[in-house]
Write a protein that binds this ligand. Structure first.
Ligand SMILES: [Zn+2]
Ligand SMILES: [Zn+2]
Length: 615
């Protein structure tokens, strides 16, 4: 499955002639070979050795090796270099900065580098080595040679005895050596190494799909059904996009059974999916399918059709792109829609899910403060980013996942409605894939085609729908106006109904329960909790004279506007007694429901939308 290095070198030569950016690239090194070993799994230390053969004119130039600050798919800055230790080389070594080591070849034509990386997180972003397995995301363990990310690389893995290797680029069982066209593709190939993973395979239109499962808990006999449902999702997504570009694709699924590890990470020919429970436990099967539906959609949307900044990447600074509301948000939308089209969800279940997303977005203060594009630019702060400083992001930010999901849904219905059910967002996405991935000249060494800017989507959706979307982008994408739900749902004979929640007060508080204590997670700006002087991280000792439980909203529901509710909190060493004076109801729910009268045209449009019939 790896691309041919010779073809690659030719491509680089062509790019070097025509591209100003590529001219700054160094001439390729003679070879770059990685060796990954794991001689002591319980130490959690991955052992990396890199052998670099230099052309004659490079023997006296320092070689820079760099750990990325983050890796594709998760945009918080994690600084993988912090887990690097024992960096050695056959020439003098200088640590240049937080992520960079310099090696002086001192006249030698071969540089040998070795280092260890600590990894004990089961995650699509990090890596784990322990007595059970090695599971890695290449970006968190492999350094690149600065200026030579485009060069072809080789990888050899030495597994512990009895452990088997699997990833999304297997030529044959028992494989231990790979050739990659460049470093970026190597780190796009997450790999699992263990004695006891299982593999099921199915075929769709002559292409093979592998479902690799490593279970740390009981499966309850659910694996065969899981594989069948994954196949249904694959078929539904192919029905929209057409044939995928690969010949084989691998779902690498972990059931961590540790109650905290959970992730999904997209790659070109594979995905890593990690569930915190065991497959046999309630809800875990369904959660897996939700992640599968999302991650497989990324095969097209984000891995190949991508915002301009998403490949190749600059790993020395945080990502800056305005396109994540499309790349992630539309994928969230279609991830849900495809569960319906695959027959796993009912119409009702899908509409309930979207209703919940609307409730979440319309209840969030950040929705009126941060646009979808600003959210995308803020990804390094909000995509699972750790914060040492106390932040106010819960009140000011909005995630491009649910926000983009709703923009996608509304845009889809507007295109369907305005074209009288002839075209849809499916057509827009296919046109984008065609124009920017399949038919554009390659604009980098990394991958086919070129990336888009959000203005390109604005142009394509306007052209296809025959209506001007400039105003839509201005108001709902680049500003913070409430989406035109009424027009959108109206085309499908549906409407959005807002009702007061059964438990109408939250006082502006979010409460987290940790080890039997109730801690304030967030205080909404301008809320009655803020008026009462409450703040984030206060531990609540009592509310309305009683212990706070997870049913605290029920406690507040017994009061009415104007009532005063006593609250006692512990802040540092102080105990603070205060009162919340309730004002008007704060909690609302949104529900998408059928209009009293639905025309045949509206019903047909709704069916085409939910069933994915080509129109
Ligand atoms: Zn594993
Ligand atoms: Zn995603």
């Amino acid at each position: 499955m790896s691309a041919c290095p010779r073809k690659f070198i030719l491509a680089i030569a062509v790019i070097a002639i025509f591209s100003g950016i590529a001219r700054s690239q160094e001439t390729p090194l003679k070879s770059i070979s990685y060796r990954l070993s794991m001689s002591r799994p319980t130490s959690h230390l991955f052992e990396v050795a890199i052998t670099i053969e230099l052309p004659d004119d490079s023997r006296n130039k320092p070689l820079l090796l760099q750990m990325p600050k983050w890796s594709p798919g998760r945009y918080a800055v994690f600084d993988f270099a912090k887990n690097v230790q024992e960096f050695r080389a056959n020439g003098p070594v200088t640590r240049v900065d937080d992520q960079t080591w310099s090696v002086d070849p001192a006249g030698s034509n071969t540089v040998n580098v070795s280092y260890k990386v600590f990894g004990n997180d089961l995650s699509g972003t990090f890596s784990q080595l322990d007595e059970r397995h090695a599971n890695y995301n290449g970006g968190s363990i492999f350094m690149y040679v600065v200026g030579h990310k485009p060069d072809p690389v080789k990888l050899t893995i030495q597994p512990p005895s009895g452990w088997k290797i699997v990833n999304g680029r297997m030529d044959h069982a028992g494989q231990t050596e790979w050739s990659f066209p460049n470093w970026d593709v190597m780190i796009d190939t997450p790999t699992e190494i263990a004695p006891d993973w299982t593999q099921d395979t199915f075929e769709v239109n002559g292409k093979k799909y592998h479902v690799v499962v490593h279970s740390f808990g009981a499966e309850g006999g659910k694996r065969p059904a899981l594989v069948k449902d994954i196949e249904k999702i694959v078929r539904a997504e192919i029905a929209m996009w057409g044939a995928p570009e690969f010949n084989e694709y691998t779902f690498l699924i972990h059931y961590a059974a540790d109650d905290h590890s959970g992730d999904g990470m997209e790659h070109l020919t594979s995905t890593q999916i990690i569930e915190p429970g065991a497959l046999g436990e309630p809800g875990i099967y369904e959660a897996t399918l939700g992640t599968v539906s999302h991650e497989f959609f990324h095969v097209w949307n984000v891995k190949r059709l991508r915002p301009e900044e998403l490949g190749p990447w600059d790993f020395t600074r945080p990502l800056r792109t305005r396109g994540l509301w499309v790349a992630e948000g539309f994928t969230n939308y279609y991830g849900h829609l495809m569960l319906r089209r695959a027959g796993i969800w009912s119409d009702k279940k899908f509409l309930e899910s979207e209703s919940q997303t609307i409730t979440r977005i319309e209840s969030a203060q950040g929705s009126r403060l941060m646009s979808a594009e600003e959210s995308s630019l803020s990804a390094p702060f909000i995509d699972d980013a750790p914060h040492a400083q106390i932040v106010n992001l819960d009140n000011t930010a909005i995630s491009y996942y649910p926000k983009g999901e709703l923009i996608g849904m509304v845009m889809d219905l507007l295109v369907r409605g305005r074209t009288k059910n002839r075209l849809s967002l499916d057509d827009v996405m296919r046109r984008m894939y065609d124009e920017f991935y399949l038919k554009s000249a390659n604009n980098s060494y990394y991958l086919r085609g070129r990336g888009y800017q959000t203005e390109d989507l604005e142009r394509v959706v306007s052209q296809l729908s025959g209506t001007d979307f400039t105003d839509f982008f201005k108001r709902y994408v680049r500003s913070v106006e409430v989406l035109p739900y009424e027009e959108a749902f109206g085309y499908a004979g549906l409407r959005l109904v807002k009702t007061q929640a059964e438990q109408p007060f939250d006082a502006g508080l979010s409460i987290e329960f940790e080890d039997g204590t109730a801690v304030i997670e967030n205080v909404r700006t301008g809320s009655v909790a803020e008026d009462a002087g409450l703040q984030t991280n206060d531990e609540i000792l009592s509310l309305a004279g009683r212990e706070v439980t997870k049913a605290w909203l029920k406690t507040l529901a017994r009061y009415k506007a104007g009532d005063s509710v006593a609250i006692t909190v512990k802040r540092d060493r102080r105990t603070i007694k205060t009162s919340i004076v309730l004002k008007e109801p704060e909690r609302f729910e949104y529900r998408i429901e059928e209009k009293p009268e639905v025309t045949l045209e509206q019903r047909n449009l709704r069916n085409a939308w939910l069933k994915g019939t080509r129109i």
